[in-house]
Design a protein around this ligand. Structure first.
Ligand code: ATP
Ligand code: MG
Length: 571
């Protein structure tokens, strides 16, 4: 995989490496982990992956590549009520699609349930863990607040024997949910609330998607996570900033058990404007049918971006370029759009499609005559070759490429005005037909036979070049235009009283039917990507497109019209 963006991406130190890679270099120089680099990507299978996860994947697998190390895929499946095989499968498909390979290192936290249980027994025997029988409400109440110390539970000083016996009964399923928990015995007055005797195991009589009904006690994330890293011999446990305050707890567990100790390093999570990145909210959007599913092309999920027409190369480039930092911030979604535009500009075949058709009759063009023009498939790539585009007496042009009374800077078609038809001829508008409501429904034009190919012997200039499709050859298509999912850039600015769902952009999807496409384009396979000349990049929808009834998604417009519009509006 090309890494040439790397050096420019994170100029946070003199070496040009980001702060995480800098620390790894230091560890390698000091021989701390024997020069080994072993990372992991640890998703919880409770939803589909999103572009924020891509940042973590590109970082973890990218570091393994850069340092000739390894990266594991590990499912943090400690919360069975929210997890499912559907999510596990989608995560694997998405990581592979992004271009990464965990080889034979696919693991699950649930692989270690037995081992984690043994570790818990070890802590109990060391007098460092106890079974608490307070109610969940009491536990919260006893915990204290950031400014007030907590109180010790009356059960805190149970004997090792009693704790072992109760924990065994918890495991055997003798108690209902919520009656007992296993807690670490640390310090109820600790200034860091996370250290106030955190829970290690809770009772949950639910089936797990892998272990079935073998367990009715499940490890808490904080208990399991650092230990899974330790068991797998991870050298650098890279996680997002909110886990910085959990690090002392992970350190405490590892030291209390006397086991191998990875180095945790935190970085800021990715936030993007005009979207949400919380799996809980994304799940709500799906469940409440505010989008068509996890892979709705408006979703920031990898499956949504893929269906929208994003490529793995563009997403990897984006993730490398934004780099990693220690402070939370929000990245403008136009940055992501820049990378897909750049990628598709190099790779997408050009074609002509008329989204809002207006019929044009070329009065002096012979009836029944058809010509085929050679059109280049990609001016950025000579190897992409050419295709034949049919032309006839009747064509469609874009409705908004014509104005009856054009303002000064309108350089397209108007009565008496001459324009170039891309790849074909110059035409001049000589007449307009309207319906009863006064709407323009047909244009009459004449063409200059001398202008074949788009130039005239006299070298006269025309200002506008329009795309078009021959009426006789056109195929109908549905085109879906997408805009931002939300109508405000930073959803983090909402207050407690706000409901983020009130800020969904009602115009985030516009469906156009009866669009006219070149006959060649009608053969395109699902997922294929095109540039519609003058309009943007589109791909054949993988869900709804059918032979004879093609459906296209707009991936991104040609230019960043949004930024332009908001700039013009002075915001
Ligand atoms: P939740 O949305 O429930 O908080 P999560 O986003 O932490 O969950 P996980 O499945 O636990 O989801 O994430 C897997 C990995 O991806 C973790 O290491 C996490 O730190 C990282 N990750 C998740 N979201 C982002 C993000 N927005 N930017 C960077 N990394 C992220
Ligand atoms: Mg998480």
């Amino acid at each position: 995989m090309s890494d040439n963006l790397n050096a420019q991406s994170v100029p946070e130190s003199a070496s040009g490496l980001d702060f995480i890679r800098t620390r790894i270099v230091e560890d390698n120089q000091s021989g701390r982990f024997g020069g080994q680099v072993h990372t992991r990507f640890p998703p919880e299978p409770n939803g589909y992956l999103h572009i924020g996860h891509a940042k973590s994947i590109v970082l973890n697998f990218g570091i393994a590549e850069d340092f000739k190390g390894m990266c594991n895929l590990r499912y943090d499946d400690t919360n069975p009520s929210k997890e499912s095989v559907e999510y596990v499968d989608s995560i694997e498909a998405d990581v592979r699609w992004l271009g990464y390979d965990w080889q034979d290192r696919k693991f699950y936290a649930s692989d270690y349930f037995e081992k984690l249980y043994e570790y818990a027994l070890d802590l109990i025997r060391k007098g460092k863990a106890y079974v608490d029988s307070l109610t969940p409400e009491q536990i919260t109440e006893y915990r204290g607040t950031p400014t007030q110390p907590g109180r010790e539970s009356p059960y805190r000083n149970r004997s090792v024997e009693e704790n072992l016996e109760l924990f065994e009964k918890m495991k055997r399923g003798e108690f209902p949910d919520g009656t007992h928990v296993l807690r670490a015995k640390i310090d109820m007055a600790h200034p860091n609330i996370i250290m106030r005797d955190p829970a290690m195991y809770r009772i949950r009589h639910v089936s797990h998607h892998r272990t079935g009904d073998a367990w009715c006690i499940y490890p808490m994330y904080d208990w399991a996570h650092g230990l899974c890293d330790s068991i797998e011999g991870i050298t650098h446990s890279i996680c997002t900033l909110e886990f910085e305050v959990h690090r002392p707890l992970y350190d405490w567990f590892l030291e209390a058990l006397g086991v191998y100790h990875p180095q945790q390093i935190e970085f800021a999570r990715l936030n993007l404007t005009y979207t949400v990145m919380s799996k809980r909210k994304l799940l709500e959007l799906v469940q409440e049918k505010r989008v068509s599913g996890w892979n709705d092309p408006r979703m920031p999920t990898l499956s949504g971006l893929r269906r929208r027409g994003y490529t793995p190369e563009a997403i990897r480039s984006f993730c490398r370029r934004i780099g990693v930092s220690k402070t939370n911030s929000i990245v403008d979604i136009s940055t992501l759009e820049f990378f897909i535009r750049e990628n598709l500009n190099r790779n997408a075949q050009r074609t002509m499609a008329v989204l809002r058709p207006l019929k044009v009759v070329i009065d002096n063009y012979p009836e029944g005559k058809v010509e085929h023009f050679d059109a280049d498939n990609n001016p950025e790539d000579a190897a992409a070759g050419t295709r034949k585009v049919p032309f006839g007496r009747e064509i469609y042009i874009e409705e908004d490429d014509f104005m009856e009374e054009p303002p000064k800077k309108f350089f397209r078609l108007a009565p008496g005005r001459e324009v170039r038809l891309k790849h074909a001829y110059y035409i001049t508008c000589v007449g307009v037909e309207k319906d009863a409501a006064g709407k323009v429904v047909l244009l009459h034009c004449t063409y200059d036979p001398e202008s074949r190919g788009g130039y005239t012997p006299d070298g006269r200039k025309v200002k506008g070049t329009l795309h078009w499709v021959s009426v006789e050859h056109a195929v109908d298509a549905e085109v879906r235009l997408y805009d931002h999912l939300f109508r405000i850039p930073d959803l983090a600015e909402l207050t407690e009283e706000d409901d983020y769902r009130d800020y969904i952009n009602p115009a985030s999807l516009e469906v156009l039917r009866g669009c006219k496409i070149e006959p060649e384009l009608a053969k395109a396979a699902p997922g294929e990507k095109y540039q519609f000349l003058r309009q943007g990049y589109f791909c054949v929808d993988t869900g709804d497109s059918k032979p004879g009834a093609p459906v296209f998604n707009r991936t991104v417009s040609l230019k960043d019209s949004w930024a332009k519009i908001s700039k013009a509006a002075g915001s």
